[in-house]
Design a protein around this ligand. Structure first.
Ligand code: HEC
Length: 174
C-alpha cells in the first residue's frame, strides 16, 4: 500500500514538474545548444531504427542508369545542397543554422541502403529540418535522387563542378 502511495506522489510530482516547465518558459527552444548525450543517443537511434523498419517493404531497382543520376543531380543541386552541401560545396545559410545539423551526405550516404534513402526523401524526418518531398515529387523523381545520392561518396569535387557547368550551359544553338 505504501508503495502505491509513493508511486502516485511521484506521478503527481512528475506531472506538476512537466506543467511547470511548459508554463514557466524555462525550457530554451533556441537551436544553439546540443542535446545532452543520452538524449541525442535516444533520438538518433530512434531515427535510424524507424527508417530501417519502415523502408523494409520498399523494393529498390537493381541498378540505376546514368540518365537517372543526371536527373537526380538536377534536383539535388536545386534543393538538397543548401542543407547538405556536396562535393566541394558548403551548405547554404539554411543548412548552417539547423539543429540537428544536416549530415554531409558525401560522407554518410554509404551508411544507407537505396530503399532507406528513398524513404527518408519521400517521408522526411520529424522534428528535424529534413522535409518530406512526397507532396512535390513522384516516386520516379525520388528514385532519380537516390541514384545521385548513392554516387556522392565517390564523386570528386571537379566532377560535381563539371555537372553544374553542364547543367547551367545554354542549350546548343539550332
Ligand atoms: C532544410 C534542410 C534540408 C533539406 C532541404 C534537405 N535535407 Fe536531408 N536532412 C536534413 C536534416 C536536418 C537531416 C538530419 C535528420 C536527423 O538527424 O534525424 C537530414 C537527413 C537526411 C538523410 C539521412 C542522412 C544521415 O546520414 O543520417 C538523407 C539521406 C537526406 N537527408 C537526404 C536529403 C536529400 C536527397 C535532399 C534533397 C532532395 C534533402 N535531404 C534535403 C535537412 C535537409
Amino acid at each position: 500500500m505504501r508503495c502505491i502511495k509513493a508511486l502516485i506522489v511521484l506521478i503527481v510530482l512528475g506531472a506538476l514538474g512537466g506543467l511547470a516547465l511548459i508554463y514557466s518558459g524555462l525550457f530554451n527552444v533556441a537551436v544553439d545548444w546540443k542535446d545532452p548525450a543520452p538524449i541525442a543517443w535516444v533520438v538518433h537511434s530512434t531515427f535510424i531504427n524507424s527508417v530501417k523498419a519502415h523502408a523494409r517493404g520498399i523494393a529498390a531497382p537493381a541498378s540505376f542508369t546514368d540518365a537517372q543520376v543526371r536527373a537526380g543531380f538536377l534536383h539535388y543541386k536545386e534543393t538538397c545542397v543548401y542543407c547538405h552541401g556536396g562535393p566541394g560545396k558548403d551548405p547554404g545559410d539554411i543548412g548552417k543554422g539547423l539543429n540537428p545539423e544536416p549530415p554531409y551526405l558525401v560522407d554518410t550516404a554509404k551508411n544507407w541502403q537505396p530503399n532507406e534513402i528513398f524513404w527518408i526523401v519521400k517521408n522526411g524526418v520529424r522534428m528535424t529540418g529534413m522535409p518530406s518531398f512526397a507532396p512535390v515529387w513522384k516516386d520516379d523523381d525520388i528514385w532519380n535522387i537516390v541514384a545521385f545520392v548513392q554516387k556522392l561518396p565517390t564523386l570528386k569535387d571537379e566532377e560535381y563542378a563539371r555537372m553544374e557547368q553542364e547543367a547551367n550551359a545554354p542549350p546548343p544553338a539550332r
